[in-house]
Structure formats: structure tokens, C-alpha cells
Design a protein. Sequence first.
Length: 749
Amino acid sequence: MNETRLTLPVTGMTCTNCAANIERTLNKKVPGVVSASVNFASEKLTVEYISSETSMDTIVDAVKKIGFDVIIAGENEDEENMEEIVREKEIQDQTRKFMVGVIFALPLFIISMSRDFGLISTWSHAPWMNWFFFLLATPVQFYTGLDYYIGAYRNLKNRTANMDVLIALGSSVAYFYSLAIVLLPGLSGHVYFETSAVIITLIKFGKLLEARTKGKTGGAIKKLIGLVPKTAFVIKNGNETQIAISDVQVGDIIVIRPGERIPVDGVITDGESAVDESMLTGEPIPMDKKPGDTITGGTMNGDGLLKFKATRVGKDTALSQIIRMVQEAQGSKAPIQALADKVAAIFVPVVIGIAVITFGIWWGVTGEFVPSMIRMVAVLVIACPCALGLATPTAIMAGTGKGAENGILFKRSQALENAARLDIVVMDKTGTITQGKPTVVDVIPAEDSGMTADDLLILCASLEKGSEHPIGKAIVEFAREKGRKLSDPEQFKAFSGFGVEGRINGQAYRLGKPLWFEKEPGLPKDISDGILELQSKGRTVMVLVKASQLLGIISVSDVVKPESKKAIKALQDAGLKVVMLTGDNLQAALAIGKEVNVDEVKAEVRPEEKAGEVKALQHQNTLVGMVGDGINDAPALAQADIGFAIGTGTDVAIETGDIILSGGRLTGIPKAIKISRKTIATIRQNLFFAFVYNIVLIPLAAGVLAPFDSFPQMLRELHPILAALAMAASSISVVTNSLRLYRADIKED
């Protein structure tokens, strides 16, 4: 089966029940849909479907039939720009409706309240005044509040109920009751046109603020998208031509001037410069780049002129993949959201039931219709399923955005949630804790050799120029980095497992393991305590000999990354146990483990055994995170509860991991856990507030405090206008709380 994944922006949703309606329709009524998930906060629909059984057009039609719209960019239109234009038009429409509400509801409220409190003369009690109130209230009811009626109709037609139903029902009760008093001479009493008008206007204001505030939770995505230049300067037929970024092809030679953003991924062919890669790695220090080095689209060129060959363009660039990964994480549902979804599914019918019961009890007890009706309206408009629906996704969006800004990519929201609960972090050694390649650590000439360390290095590197062994290459590279001039060896010969020999400037030398020389008579058997000490630190020691004379020793090791010890300490300070897992021998592993101060070392573990070691730790009722960068780490990354893949590693490791450290720095792990813990704390705060808000205020609106004279009158008889204000404030407060994550301190201690 060929499964296709699709993410589409959706418009017309007003609460989490709308999102649930779309999910239910696609999952149950459209054949071929494997799964459909809607993120109410980001207003995105993510669908996985079998392309041979259904299509995007069928899915879009199904969404439109239940009253929602889908934003689809045309052939020559940019999807992100198209969505931004549609969203902006939607906000403009909501702003117009809100302004109409203010223009009519404000004078209506002022005059009505002034009349009720006797602040204006008796003319305000004339019969024509109620008609004036009616004229002011009607545009608010049926223009400002039109969306609520349309939404309520569509939902009831689909046998569901959402926030629109509550608002339309609550405001209509007040409006049509007042209209009946105006139209029917036999009825008398107070009209409540101002109540319905102010309710709709306040809620419209709240939804408008909510829409603007929700947009800020997706700010990280907009920042990433904004990093991509619209054009690029390409060399065509020897001439420099400016073309659209969409027209850049793999293999094109592109020119980047100082201070410009790099448009696509590529390899430098000419020029040197420092490139700011902070958008990719979270690291503020620019990286020096020279011919042969790779550069990434969206990064900022420094003060050098560069020419590079495009290797990845369009949706294949690293930045496009990062954007897609963050969008998918923001669109996925965290397990912690399940409870809120279950409550939201039955929320509106339950609230309507409570409102009807409230009306019935108060009318039955007091025999007074109007106060009973007012309490019913207050219950309907104070209930807020939106706060429940926004509690989790807004925090997830902010948390994943914060991660992306720091070079930490959460592939799924479940990874963001589970990272907060980890007990153990298992780290591969080579390429994760260490640099992953050998380098020269010690150059020690023998006391009676008459040589300097520099002389010894040049001789060893010259001798190894003919070697293909990784250790030999490391010595040569180290010498070249130091700017040393090397000679070509003559009569070069390699002895597998021991070392090499050859002639440098006519003199015969041998460079190899100490064991090689111990077997020959005339050479010292106990080379020195220094060699044994270096070997105890896990270093590979090579001995240089001229004839029977020991000239010195040079040691090579896979050195620890500068940030490894700091990252491990930060994890331990956060209460996690750190285990190092490696295929190296026990002596070398213990040496590295001691240097970085891990809690436990597991050595001589074959690649196929790593996943089993992770599983064994999981059997101790612990959640285990695995950090790795190689192909041999992929099974262990998949087995772990959370796989941290070093972004500089192989594609297999990155594909398998749940959290990608695009900067390749281990300090990203404690940062990721900090972000996770702060995000989960924010979600719990949001859910607590949303549940408590509804649990406390719905009974308050129903009048549970009415019999208790010790409470203020405002709480004993909660007016629907105050209820509407509270309802609007609840959603905004949840989104605002989530936005605090962008200001959270996750810096390394």
C-alpha cells in the first residue's frame, strides 16, 4: 500500500469540537483514510491516506461538506504566502464584525444601564425606547454574530455541537425574549437587548485576540520560513543572473555576497568566509568555511564572497526538512491531550443540559421566569470548550518552536512529552561523547634522542604519508594542521597490526605499536612507565625507532568533545542517570567514562547488542533515552523510549531518532529535556486552569451561591455579560501562558 501524508490549513473552526468533527468525518466516512488529526491551535489538518483508494480532492470535499474550508495554493502560488493572505483576510473580516458590534453595542449598553440605574430621566422609559434598543441590537445579533449562527447550524446538521451552539443559543434566548416583549403588547417586563449584543461583541473580541495570539505560537515556523531568500544569483554561461529561488537547479553555481543569506544547500567551490549557522544549530559563533565545505540554505554569509554548487534545492534542503519536521510535530497530538479531547467531545451537550436544568430548578423554586432565564444564559455563555482545546496544542507549538530556535527538533509531540519523564540517558561513545575520529594527543621525544617534539612529529607524519591506516592519517592531518612541511617516505612498507617502516632523508625508521619492538632483541622491553600510563587512559601509543635507538612516542586517541562533560553533568543535575555504551575494550571505555564522569560504563557491546542493553534497562521500570549518531545506533535509538540523534550523523540515525540535535552538540540533550519539562508544566497549568475555570464558573453562573448572603451580589447573581467576559478571557489566558515558553531560560548552567 502506498500511503501519502498531507498537511492542509483549515479555516472556519471556532473550537476544539470543530476539530473533532473534521477528524471524525475523515476517519469514519472517507474510505482510504488511515488517520486524520486536526490541530485546533495551528488550524492544520494532517491526513495519512492510501493514494490508490482516495485523493486529496476527495478529502478536501469531505471537509467542505461539513462546513469548513481548506486553503490550497495554486500551481504558481506559495503555500505559506497563500495561507497568510487567507488568515489575514479572515482576521480583517472578524475585525469588521467586532467594530460593528462595538458601534452598536456600546451606546446600547450605556443607555440601557443608565436607564436601569436611574441616571437618565423618565423619557428613557418610553415605549419607543425598546424599539430603539431593538434597532441597535439587531445588527450585532445577525451581522457580528452571523458566524455563530452559521457554525451552530452546520454542527447541528452534522449531529454535533460546539461553542457556536452555546453562543447562538445563549444570545438568542436574551434577544428573542426581548423581541417578544417589544412585539407582543400583552407582555411586559425588562428587555435584555444589551445582554445579547454585549455577549456577542465581547466573545467576538475574545476570539479576535485569540486568533492573533495563536498566530504568535507559530512564530518559530514563520521565522524559519522567513530565512529563505526569494532569489539567488546564479552563474549562467559565464554571466551572473538573478533568478527566483524556485528556479534554482541542482548543480547550479551560485554567488553569495557578504551579508547575504544562502538560498539553498551546497558545497563551496571558491572563496572563504565565516557563516552564521545559529538558525540551524542554535550556536551563535560563526563557522569558518572554505572550498569543499558544505553550507546550508537559510544561514547567513559573513564578510567573504562565496561561490558554491547547489546540491539540494526546494523541499530537499535541510531548512525545508526542518520546517516540515517542526510542522509535523506541532500538528501531532500529545498523549496528555487525550483527557481534554474526551471531555470536549461531551462538553457542549452537558453544558446545554446543565443550562436547561438550571432554568427548570430556578423557575420551579422561585416561580420567576426572567431571573431563571438570565441564569440559563449565563451558564451557556460562560462555558468554554476552547480553553480545553487550546491548552495542549498551543504549548506544544511554543515548545517545539523554542526547540527549533535552539537547534533541537522534536519529530513528534509525544517525544516532547516523554522526554520530560526520562530516568536514564544512554550514550554511545564514538562520535557522540567523543569526536569520532582519532587525533594526536601526545608527542614525547626520548630524553637522549636530542629531538624536539616538533622534530618527532615531522618524522612520524612523513613516515605515515604512505599509510592508509586511520591512525597514520590522523598523524599526517595533525602535522599539516600545524603547518609542518613533510617529506616523502622511501622504501615504505606497512606491517598489518604492528606499524610501518621506511626511509626519510636516507635514514631508516620504524613507527609502530610497543609490542612490535618488544619481540626484537636489542630493543628495550620495558619502554617506559609513561607508555603504560598513556595506554591506561585509552590512548593508542606509537613508538618511533631509528635502528635500535628509541626516538620517542606519539599517542593518538579519539578525544572527548569539549562539551561532553558539561552536558553529562547537566543531565545528572537534572536527576538523570547517564550510561555510556560502547564496543571498545573495557580499559579504553573506563578511561573515557572516568574523564566525563558518567554513572555507568557498558563496554565491549557489539552493535547488534546495543538495543538489547537498552531493553534491559527498560525492564527496570525506567524510561530510557538513547543518544547516537551512527548506523549501528539505529536499532538502539528505535528501542529507546526517546531516541536522540546527533544531527551531524547518518541519515539512518536521524530518521530513527525522535529528537534531532541539528547542531551535533551534546548540550542539546539537557536543553531538550528542559524544554520538555517546561512545556509539560505549561500544559498542566493550562489544563488545570481550563478545567477549574469550567468546574467553578459554570456552577457559579447556575446560581449555587445565591442562597449565601455572605458572598458579593455579583457572584450570587452572575450577569451573562460578566460570564461572556470571563469566557473570552479564559482562552486568551491559556494561549498567553503558552507563549511564556518562548521566554523560558534553557541556557547551559
